[in-house]
Ligand binder design. Sequence first.
Ligand code: PEP
Ligand code: MG
Length: 317
Amino acid sequence: DRAELGLLRDAEAVTLDGVRILLEANIELPEEALAAVAAGADGIGLFRSEFLFMGRSTLPDEEEQYAAYAAVVKAMQGKPVTIRTLDIGSDKTLDGETTVATNPALGLRAIRYCLANPDLFHTQLRALLRASAHGRVRILVPMISHMHEVHAVKRALDTARRELDARGEAYSNTVEIGAMVEIPAIAIAIEPFIEQLDFLSIGTNDLIQYTLAIDRADNAVADLYDPMHPAVLRLISHTINAADRAGKSVAVCGEMAGDSRVTRMLLGLGLKEFSMHPQQLLDIKKEVRQSHTNALRVKVASALNRAERIDLSVLAG
Ligand code: PEP
Ligand code: MG
C-alpha cells in the first residue's frame, strides 16, 4: 500500500547481508527524469535517446539535443546519467527511412548506423559532451560487437571535443564511455572490451533475442524467448564476473532488471546495479531488502550448470 511504498522510497537498497545495490531508472523522454527522482533512483541507467528522433520528419539539431540531455542531467542533481547514443534500426525506425534491411535486427542498426552517418553521430556526441558540463554524464553505446567500433567511437569523441574546443564550448573531461552488452559475441569475448571501456550495461532484451535466435517482437515464437535459458544466464554471469575482476561497473538495463521475479537470480549472479522503468523501482528495492546475496550466489552457481531451464522457485525464501 501507499504508506509502505513511502517508507520503501526512503529506505536504502541494501540486502540482508549488507550489500548496497544501485537502482537506476530507464527513461525515454527527458520529462521522465522527474519520475526517476520521485522513485528515489540512484541515477539514470539508460536514457534511450532515439525517442528524441522518432515520430518526426526532421532530425533534432545539436541545440535541441543538448537542451534535452542537459535537462535530464540537471534534474538528476549530480547523480550519474547514462545516455545511450542513437539506437535506430530494427524495431525503431526514423520517419522517412525508406530502405528496409533484409533482416533489420542484424542490419545497419544502432552504432553501425551512427558510424555510417558521421554527421548525425558527431552532432549527438557534441550535444552529449556539452550536457556533461552540468553534471555526471556517461555515454552508452548500443550494439557493440567489434573492437574497431569502440576505437571508432573514441575517435568520433575526439573529433567532437575538438569541434567544441574550436567553438569555446564547455564540457567535462571525465565523461565515462560504456558499451551495451547485448550481442553474444561481446559477452563471450568481453575482457579486452572492458579494458577499453569505463563501464558496461547488459541489454538482456537483445541479448536474449540474439542468443536464442528469437525475434523479440514475434509472437509466434514468444514462448521460446526465455530469460532463464542457461546460455543467457551464463553470458550474464561471465560479463558480471569479468567486470568485477577489472573493477568496472556493470548494470543490467533490459526488462529483466525490473522484473521482481528474477531479482534474486540477478543478485545470485553477482549483479549490483539494476536499471528499470521508474515504476518498478520500489518493487525491486523490496525484493533486494529481503535477499541474502551470499546464499543466492551459492544456489545460482550450481543452477548454472544445468542443461534445462532454471527453476526460480529454488531461489525463493
Ligand atoms: C536491451 O536490449 O535490453 C535494451 C535495454 O535496449 P532496447 O530494449 O532499447 O533494445
Ligand atoms: Mg537493445
